[in-house]
Design a protein around this ligand. Structure first.
Ligand SMILES: NC(=O)c1ccc[n+]([C@@H]2O[C@H](COP(=O)([O-])OP(=O)(O)OC[C@H]3O[C@@H](n4cnc5c(N)ncnc54)[C@H](O)[C@@H]3O)[C@@H](O)[C@H]2O)c1
Length: 356
């Protein structure tokens, strides 16, 4: 049987149902194997793929034969149930996607989440970078994604679900900066920033929440997380950087609105607003880094070198240093562990931005 798009869609709709049923048995990953014979000692063969049939046949099989190793569904294919009970930490066994995970904050977030027991899909348009990061992290996978392209976002979520069987935490991290004054900013650059930082957040939430809704149908007590890596520039304007600040302010509006819409499905939606990651590649890249961009844009009066720009930004932080990836990761852990918070924007700025 040829593996068509339709079959892959069916498999991606069924895998989270199977995973939610198998989770209590320590089988935290459900991998779609395609149109192959299900292997293993204990194969559950489903007669249909609707929720009620799958639930009833899983329960009946388990009672008679114990936990299945694999599940086979006619006209879909085989799924392998993988034991993840040895995974420990604050995010033990959680399935996550981190967009823009090949470098910078996203890479650090992916590392920290893996250390806390999560399975991370590193989704990036820099696929080689994503592969490299994934190869360094226990259980991680790389997924090709351009978050401003709807089909690519749909594929990113589906690919992750076919490999892991679900999605518990979605980290919307991919983002870009094109700084410049009103005289300098072109419409093309303004729209580029908007498409990656703002429109893509909508696209990602559309497809990520669809998987979480399936999971919630089967496990109504479970909560899931969507976390936008926003910025302190989403809380206060940014001089000669309005394209970025506007996209991030918009992100807070989306976060609050998604939080309202998705609360009935057990999906919390929050933003983390980091201060400047002054040691990260976005700032330090010698050609396109912000230190260079801001020097050229004259954002720091009197600055003659990138070192002057760096010093200026450090001096603006009450706690005296730039934001680091573990600062952001800690905010993510807090959000995931907190069952009673949604629609919030958590500043992680060393005191540079304080909420009223
Ligand atoms: N660096 C900072 O000072 C800072 C401060 C506050 C917030 N943030 C936010 O943190 C997030 C990450 O920033 P960073 O500094 O790590 O950036 P970065 O440039 O170091 O990394 C961004 C990653 O996103 C990927 N990416 C870019 N466009 C993409 C697209 N269309 N589809 C898929 N992947 C794409 C890139 O390939 C790259 O791997 C962004 O949302 C940014 O706005 C950064």
């Amino acid at each position: 049987m040829e593996i068509t798009n339709e079959i892959l869609n069916k498999a991606a709709a069924l895998a989270p149902v199977i995973r939610m049923l198998a989770l209590g048995d320590g089988r935290g990953i459900v991998r779609f194997l395609g149109d192959v014979e299900a292997r293993g000692n204990n194969v559950l063969t489903l007669s249909a793929t609707d929720d009620e049939t799958v639930k009833a046949e899983y329960a009946a099989f388990r009672e008679k034969n114990g936990v299945p190793d694999s599940v086979f569904a006619e006209s879909v294919g085989a799924f392998k149930l993988i034991d993840t009970s040895s995974r420990t930490g604050r995010l033990a066994g959680k399935i996550t996607i981190v967009t823009g995970g090949a470098q910078g904050f996203g890479k650090g977030i992916a590392e920290a989440m893996t250390e806390e027991g999560a399975y991370v899909a590193i989704a990036d348009m820099n696929y080689d970078g994503a592969l490299k990061t994934a190869s360094e992290l226990n259980g991680a996978i790389a997924v090709r994604a351009n978050v401003s392209d709807e089909q690519s976002v749909a594929d990113m979520v589906r690919d992750t679900v076919l490999q892991y069987g679900g999605l518990d935490v979605f980290v919307n991290n991919a983002g870009i900066v094109r700084a410049g004054s009103l005289e300098e900013m072109t419409k093309a650059n303004f729209e580029l920033v908007t498409s990656v930082n703002y429109t893509a957040y909508f696209l990602c939430v559309k497809y990520a929440s669809a998987v979480m809704k399936i999971q919630r149908r089967i496990a109504p007590e479970k909560l899931f997380d969507i976390i936008e890596i926003n910025s302190k520039s989403g809380l206060a304007g940014s001089n000669k950087n309005f394209a970025y600040a506007g996209s991030k302010f918009g992100g807070i509006g989306l976060t609050q609105s998604f939080a309202m819409e998705l609360a009935p499905y057990g999906i919390k939606v929050n933003a983390v607003c980091p201060g400047n990651f002054l040691e990260g590649p976005l700032w330090t890249d010698p050609e396109r880094g912000l230190l260079v961009q801001y020097l050229k844009a004259g954002k720091v009066p009197g600055a003659k070198t990138t070192a002057d720009v760096l010093k200026f930004y450090e001096s603006k932080v009450p706690l005296g240093r730039g934001c680091r990836t573990y600062d952001v990761a800690r905010a993510i852990f807090y959000i995931c562990e907190q069952d009673y918070e949604t629609g919030q924007a958590v500043p992680v700025t060393g005191g540079q931005e304080m909420l009223n």
